[in-house]
Design a binder for this molecule. Structure first.
Ligand code: HEC
Ligand code: HEC
Length: 207
């Protein structure tokens, strides 16, 4: 009985977190740009419904803590973006947790109900992405984002940002995004390859 009570208390707490997250996402306007559901939100804003919780939380903390930066080689600012830095600036860790729980538990929405067969041959560089992100853009690792069904325009934008950071040794002034695994993974990609890879992952099914 005690166990059953504990379990239902846990389920209840999870539900409370979920509705707190939804209320906050509505109040803060996250839903306007990251519209889960039929609408697609702002075209440059990524889909976050069904994305990994840990990954989303890290991104929000990166945006929130992106300024001020301390100079020096050991403090690389991993991510900044005008709209999102402002959105995240005053969020507490608890609010971030509620928000990401809400978005992560929503079903992800594939861009296309039935994904087309992947192009033959696959863009060659896709293979190396598959080790971390999954061959079809879905993977089991909590810190690695799924790419399947993400907006193509957004993928292109992020890949170019990672590449720019690699070419500029992680200089945050020269690129809005850096990550120690991603920078070397995209360093050598051409614009055409970035376009092909983004097209491939954006048309995979995320569910
Ligand atoms: C004015 C539009 C706008 C609003 C409002 C907004 N976002 Fe964003 N969000 C964006 C854009 C644009 C990006 C992409 C930033 C980039 O290119 O680095 C983004 C990126 C993100 C990411 C990173 C996702 C990923 O795949 O890496 C998360 C998480 C996120 N937003 C959560 C939120 C939450 C939570 C809120 C509400 C507190 C919110 N956003 C409000 C526009 C918005
Ligand atoms: C060694 C593992 C690894 C490899 C290989 C790798 N990635 Fe990543 N990727 C990551 C991690 C970890 C992140 C999360 C970065 C962060 O936390 O900011 C990421 C982030 C991304 C993002 C940002 C997603 C978002 O929602 O903002 C994109 C896009 C991406 N990777 C595409 C690729 C592509 C395309 C390739 C192949 C060319 C690739 N990655 C290879 C580990 C990897």
């Amino acid at each position: 009985v005690v166990l059953a009570l504990m379990l239902s208390a846990q389920a209840l707490l999870a539900q409370v977190g979920q509705s707190a997250g939804r209320a906050l996402a509505t109040e803060l306007g996250c839903i306007g740009c990251h519209a889960p559901g039929v609408h697609d939100g702002l075209s440059s804003a990524p889909r976050i419904a069904g994305q990994k919780m840990n990954y989303l939380a890290k991104q929000l903390k990166d945006f929130r803590d992106s300024k001020p930066i301390a100079p020096g080689p050991h403090k690389i600012r991993e991510r900044h973006h005008r709209a999102m830095d402002n959105q995240a600036r005053s969020l507490t860790d608890k609010e971030i947790q509620d928000l990401v729980e809400y978005f992560a538990k929503l079903p992800c929405e594939p861009q296309l109900a039935r994904p087309p067969k992947p192009p033959e041959p696959l863009p060659a560089a896709v293979v190396r992405c598959g080790f971390c992100h999954g061959e079809e853009g879905v993977n089991p690792y909590l810190e690695y984002p799924n790419l399947a069904g993400q907006k193509k325009e957004y993928l292109v934008n992020e890949l170019k940002a990672f590449r720019a950071s690699a070419l500029n040794h992680g200089d945050a002034e020269k690129s809005p995004r850096f990550h120690r695994m991603m920078a070397p993974s995209v360093l050598d990609l051409s614009d055409a390859e970035i376009d092909a890879i983004s097209g491939f992952f954006s048309t995979r099914s995320c569910s």
